[in-house]
Design a protein around this ligand. Structure first.
Ligand code: ADP
Ligand code: MG
Length: 323
């Protein structure tokens, strides 16, 4: 059973960024309007604080247990899941390979509770020594990958002092938070990211604001790269598409995002096709490989039309009938 948990964790929590991304998704699923992330790369320490609805005291003992989720009660719920999570996989996977502590105060309660697990074994579950002033959840992850030495070494570098490994971790977490901010359309969330007491990201996503994506890109990657944008929308039956495209090309392919119901689509052929189409429509007729268009595409489609469960990381979305 332990081995199975480890193997699952290897797939689900493939990197530090994936770990942070799962925690932030949980905060957004909990209706948070503020999410504060602190990352120390060496020794690795991750802290995510949110002001979401919190976790009921009675549910705290399930936290970090495999398949515990409050978001999907029956099979038919899968047809209408609007949260990021639905399988109770993330915290259990993180708990299997780390020292995980979750402290929470639910909005219906005045008490704060903590549960702490080390490599999936419960160390503590009960009232918290310090209370949260208002409702919300604080998750701390330490000793990540302590029982996966090969992964630990490949991600954290040798001897934990590897400067370039630390730099890569911070950068990939930052990129992943930008991606989360770009994925949102109807939520209002402030996302703050700090590392070694430096504020590395301070994003403010407003609900239903068509300037969100361009504001996020400008704030995160600089106004110099992203000067002017074009937006347009299209509807085809019950599928809607919102597009933001920058009028200048960039040197990297990193600024291309397609989200289907807030989930990032991983499908190189579709990115390539869109890239080509945007290049042509911006007046760059040759297929130049050294410059790339910047775009953020949101597709909103009925959930029954695609398969969310294709891979354990929930990042591959299989499209059906959307030729
Ligand atoms: P999932 O998101 O698929 O439900 P997770 O393992 O990510 O699975 O989380 C398990 C459960 O823990 C969630 O369903 C939720 O009930 C609770 N939870 C986790 N993080 C938070 C949070 N930040 N705020 C409130 N509840 C949370
Ligand atoms: Mg989750």
């Amino acid at each position: 059973d332990n081995l199975l948990s480890l193997l699952r964790a290897e797939v689900t929590i493939a990197s530090v960024a994936r770990c942070v991304s799962e925690l932030v998704h949980n905060s957004i699923d909990a209706g948070a309007s503020h999410v504060d992330i602190i990352l120390r790369p060496s020794p690795l320490y991750i802290s995510v604080v949110d002001d979401g609805h919190g976790i009921r005291p009675g549910d705290m003992r399930h936290i970090g247990r495999r398949h515990y989720t409050s978001k999907c009660r029956q099979l038919s719920d899968l047809e209408s899941i609007s949260s990021y999570g639905f399988r109770g996989e993330a915290l259990a996977s993180i708990a299997a390979v780390s020292h995980l502590s979750v402290t929470s105060r639910h909005s219906d309660y005045s008490s704060t509770h903590t549960t702490t697990l080390m490599n999936a074994s419960e160390i503590y579950n009960g009232p918290s020594s310090s209370s949260l002033i208002s409702h919300g959840t604080h998750v701390v992850v330490q000793n990540l990958f302590n029982n996966l030495p090969v992964r630990r070494k490949s991600i954290l570098g040798d001897g934990e002092n590897n400067k370039s490994a630390c730099h890569d971790i911070v950068k990939s977490v930052r990129n992943c938070l930008v991606e989360i901010a770009l994925s949102l359309e109807s939520e209002a969330v402030k996302i703050r990211f700090r590392s070694e007491s430096a504020l590395l990201l301070n994003l403010c996503v407003r609900a239903e604001d068509k300037n969100n994506a361009s504001n996020v890109l400008k704030t995160a990657y600089g106004r110099a790269i992203f000067k002017s944008f074009d937006t347009f929308n299209a509807r085809h039956g019950d599928v809607t598409v919102n597009v933001l495209v920058a009028l200048e090309l960039t040197a990297t392919q990193n600024y291309q995002y397609i989200f289907i119901n807030r989930r990032k689509l991983v499908h190189p052929a579709i990115y390539k096709t869109l890239s080509y189409l945007f290049c042509t429509s911006l007046g760059f007729h040759e297929d130049r490989s050294e410059v790339h268009p910047v775009f953020v595409v949101h597709v909103n489609a009925p959930l029954s039309g695609y398969d969310l469960c294709q891979d354990p990381g929930k990042i591959v979305v299989d499209l059906e009938n959307y030729g």
